[in-house]
Design a binder for this molecule. Structure first.
Ligand code: PEP
Length: 248
């Protein structure tokens, strides 16, 4: 039985005060859920929000991590620094990182391996661009991203990894993939994981959908067999909407 996840990605939004007010607003309203509740917040909020959510069911994670422990990498954040402030979860390979910061599949893979080495759980994002979907190349693109991401990742750490399928044309655009298209692609990702590892692992792996998820489409998405939750940008910034997503 795969436990569903609702994960908010705040991107480059919110101050510490705003983050804490958000927790005050949602804490009691998400506490009785069977869903795993996660918020991926900016670096400056990590420690304060981690401390503030202690004892609650809200997991605070980072939006990124670098693939070295320390050194001359100006502006990067090390897994050791995340651990130092109690963070045990990170996103890797979000499409905005791939698009604006030139993250390749190779970099994504190095980040996954490094995070796992330090026992930080990962949500790795994959997804095709609009022109790739229009050219019917989405399966090929996602297959390459998955193979790249999981290179040299041992089977015994896969319970620390979640995949998020986020078609780039659906992120922040208000366009959602139909629940059937999202489910088909997630089933395809599961079959790729089976080819790389085995059926048990592919059946256990949690795979989320992301791309303009909101309270009005979450139920339909969650009713699909292969979709195990949502990675949510815009709608995770508003407390009421986030609560509705968690209690879909
Ligand atoms: C995201 O940031 O991962 C995302 C899916 O954003 P949005 O929900 O705004 O499309």
């Amino acid at each position: 039985m795969r436990k569903p996840i609702i994960a908010g990605n705040w991107k480059m939004n919110k101050t510490i005060d705003e983050g804490l007010a958000f927790i005050d607003d949602i804490k009691a309203r998400v506490k009785d859920t069977d869903v795993e509740v996660m918020l991926f917040v900016p670096y400056t909020l990590l420690k304060t929000m981690k401390d503030y959510t202690k004892g609650s069911n809200i997991i605070i994670g980072s939006q990124n991590v670098y693939f070295e422990d320390q050194g001359a990498f100006t502006g990067e954040i090390s897994p050791l620094m995340l651990k130092d402030v109690g963070i045990k979860h990170t996103l890797v390979g979000h499409s905005e990182r791939r698009q604006y910061f030139n993250e390749t599949d190779e970099i994504v893979n190095k980040k996954i391996l490094k995070a796992i080495e330090h026992e930080i759980d990962v949500i790795v994002c994959v997804g095709e661009k609009l022109e790739e979907r229009e050219a019917h190349r989405e399966a090929e693109v996602v297959r390459t991203q998955i193979a790249g991401a999981f290179k040299n990742v041992e089977a015994d750490v896969l319970n620390r990894i979640v995949v998020a399928y986020e078609p780039i044309w659906a992120i922040g655009t208000g366009k959602t993939a139909s629940s059937k298209d999202a489910n088909d692609m997630i089933a395809f990702i599961r079959s790729e994981i089976e080819k790389l590892y085995n059926e048990d692992i592919s059946e256990e792996m949690r795979i989320l959908y992301g791309g303009s998820v909101n309270p009005s489409n979450i139920e339909d998405l969650m009713n699909q067999d292969d979709i195990d939750g949502g990675l949510v940008g815009g709608a995770s910034l508003k407390a009421d909407q986030f609560v509705d997503l968690v209690n879909f």
